[in-house]
Design a protein around this ligand. Structure first.
Ligand SMILES: *Cc1c(COP(=O)(O)O)cnc(C)c1O
Length: 235
């Protein structure tokens, strides 16, 4: 298992470098999160030993357990990438490096009120922007509603507005995906320019999973969230 994880990571890193060249991107600007939901702390350690420091978890309770178990890994950074119910906002604290899934004004407000974040250690927050209105999972906030949310986060004392996250549609038609990601990147750029107080700085574009990371790199992703291709299928 550990050897398989090592082999997978090294293959993905080669692929990232290859795609970076292909799409004239600087590979240093493309970071990798290992999405470890449902996978064991042993698997996480194996990935950490290969130099992976960023891990993504979907469920707050599962993250809490893993955070406690792996507290001895000095450079580990936790990303909360799954849908968060507003009533879970109180469990969010500065041990989380970045939240990817802020998709509602109400959730942002609950985090502002209830979370346990020290204002000196604001956590990075990404707005989860809808990619495809027709996607049956309908995840993310629409472009039309996102501006109010982005502006709220900019004013936050707990969160630092750092960019955008998108989950690609289940659609497998490559041209359709390309078109969708192009619009997503354009919408992100426009929201960043109109809302961020540091709009000259670079922002995070969290886009691309095991099955679509080539197209995500083509469209400017700076943060890939890869689970299955690293850890295998969940048990
Ligand atoms: C599970 C998950 C991933 C990883 O997906 P894979 O297809 O296993 O690479 C990425 N992002 C989110 C939001 C996820 O829930």
């Amino acid at each position: 298992m550990e050897n398989k994880i090592k082999k997978n990571i090294s293959e993905i890193q080669d692929q990232i470098n290859f795609f970076a060249k292909k799409y004239q991107r600087d590979s240093k600007e493309i970071n990798l999160i290992a999405v470890s939901k449902y996978h064991t702390t042993e698997s996480i350690k194996a990935a950490y030993e290969c130099g992976i420091e960023n891990f993504g978890e979907n469920y707050i309770q599962e993250w809490q357990k893993k955070h406690t178990a792996l507290n001895n890994l000095p450079n580990i950074k936790w990303h909360l990438i799954g849908h968060i119910q507003s009533n879970k906002a109180k469990y969010i604290n500065s041990n989380i490096h970045c939240i990817h899934s802020i998709d509602k004004l109400n959730l942002a407000k609950e985090i502002e009120k209830k979370s346990n974040i020290d204002s000196n250690l604001k956590i990075k927050a990404l707005v989860q922007l809808q990619i495809d209105k027709n996607d049956k999972n309908k995840s993310g906030i629409s472009f039309e509603n996102a501006k109010e949310l982005c502006s709220y986060i900019v004013q936050s004392k707990k969160m630092k507005f750092a960019g955008f996250m998108g989950i690609g549609p289940e659609e497998t038609n490559k041209d359709y995906l390309r078109k969708s990601y192009e619009v997503f990147a354009k919408n992100s750029e426009s929201l960043w320019q109109s809302c961020a107080d540091n709009s000259k700085e670079k922002y995070i574009l969290s886009l691309g999973m095991s099955s679509d990371y080539e197209i995500a790199i083509e469209h400017g992703s700076t943060l890939l969230r890869i689970g299955t291709a690293i850890f295998g299928k969940k048990k």
